[in-house]
Design a protein around this ligand. Structure first.
Ligand code: ABU
Length: 382
């Protein structure tokens, strides 16, 4: 009864969960965790997610915990992020620890887990609603359990909570003809719009959606299909416009290293992955947005990027108009952001990169001080 009372008493106040974009002043955020992490098996479909130069690592360690040194440094990296955010006055929440080494069997497949370090992939917050994403990796099937204590707590305090239809991840979910072992051929397939994930059932990762108030950009990626995009469009309804955008990218996976808003009216574009849609570029230009090209990421070679690119240098978290979190060793990016008028805050997080993401990937902003607005001119509501 106390929980219900709490909900009633909060109903007419600003929700504890409330964020519409990537740049309003940050108040509360979730930082993922990798305790209990396990290296995924190099299954057929996982070959398209893992970088080929690291396939041997997955062959050697698949189903086992990460090597201790890599793991300890990864844990420390996320702890560094938590401390930096708290030092800046932000409330930080962390998911529960899950033992991902356990093998599980559904009606359709058997797998071990992965980790819950990349909160952005699983959680998508739009306004006062927390959406659980129907992710496409079999090793992420039970990742939701790490976040349920947090989500139940936010729900009890007034947030809305939706779990998108969970994928069965049956074989039909993955194109059995996709040329997984032929890298050049798979690039050709992707550039012609054919991916490892089929349209058998909706799937998406939260990180493929980028929020600009009433306008939300999304890309068809290795893990987000058109079915999933359509589910989101209908779910959000007429208050939001979903724009599907294409980038030149032979391994598309999440927009937060490709097209990254860092302030109202300012977005970063990855020079290796230009936007291919003129109408999207026009939409930004006509509304006075500045589009800036950051310098290349420098991630040192001793940090294995098993699943990601060096563009994690762009994977930033905005705290407010001045403060932005950036990986500490990315000097050129830090200099570049200073030139744009920011006061970058360096976070030593690159030892988390082997676990699949960077600053933005590992977080999910829960509350930013702001309201739902339109940042683009002359766009009719659908
Ligand atoms: N999870 C974001 C990784 C994107 C990239 O590899 O650039």
């Amino acid at each position: 009864m106390t929980e219900l009372t709490t909900y009633k008493s909060l109903k007419n106040t600003t929700s504890i969960v409330c964020t519409y974009n990537e740049w309003d002043p940050l108040e509360e955020i979730i930082v993922g965790r990798i305790d209990g992490a396990v290296v995924p098996h190099l299954t057929r479909e996982f070959k398209t997610f893992a970088k080929p130069e690291y396939w041997d690592f997955f062959r050697q360690y698949g189903g086992k915990p990460y090597p201790q040194e890599l793991f300890k440094k990864g844990v420390q990296a996320l702890n560094n992020l938590q401390k930096t955010l708290e030092d800046q006055g932000i409330v930080v929440k962390r998911p529960d620890v899950i033992d991902f080494t356990k093998t599980y069997k559904t009606l359709d497949f058997e797998s071990c887990g992965f980790n819950s370090g990349n909160a952005r992939d699983f959680l998508l917050v739009i306004g006062d609603e927390i959406i659980e994403s129907p992710m496409a990796y079999r090793c992420r099937y039970f990742e939701f359990q790490a976040y349920r204590s947090l989500i139940k707590d936010y729900f009890n305090k007034g947030a809305r909570w939706t779990a998108a239809p969970k994928c069965t991840m049956a074989d039909a979910m993955y194109d059995q003809k996709f040329p997984v072992t032929d890298v050049e051929e798979s690039k050709k397939w992707i550039s012609s719009g054919r991916y490892i994930t089929t349209e058998y059932e909706p799937c998406f990762d939260g990180a493929d959606f980028t929020r600009f108030g009433r306008d939300i950009l999304v890309s068809r990626s290795l893990v987000t299909n058109n079915f999933g995009i359509e589910w989101m469009r209908r779910h959000l309804g007429p208050d939001y416009r979903i724009h599907v955008v294409r980038f030149q990218d032979d391994s598309p996976m999440h927009m937060d290293t490709t097209w990254v808003p860092i302030a109202e009216g300012m977005v970063l574009t990855c020079p290796e992955r230009p936007c291919l849609d003129q109408h999207i570029l026009d939409m930004f230009e006509k509304s006075g947005w500045e589009v800036h090209t950051p310098p290349a990421g420098l991630c040192p070679s001793h940090i294995p990027l098993h699943l990601t690119s060096r563009w994690l240098s762009m994977n930033t978290v905005v705290i407010d108009k001045e403060r932005i979190l950036v990986e500490a060793s990315e000097e050129p990016t830090i200099k570049f952001l200073k030139k744009l008028g920011f006061k970058p805050i360096a976070v030593d997080i690159n030892h988390f990169f082997p676990f699949g993401g960077g600053l933005h990937c590992s977080t999910c902003d829960v509350r930013r001080k702001g309201t739902l607005k339109s940042y683009f001119n002359n766009i009719e509501m659908i």
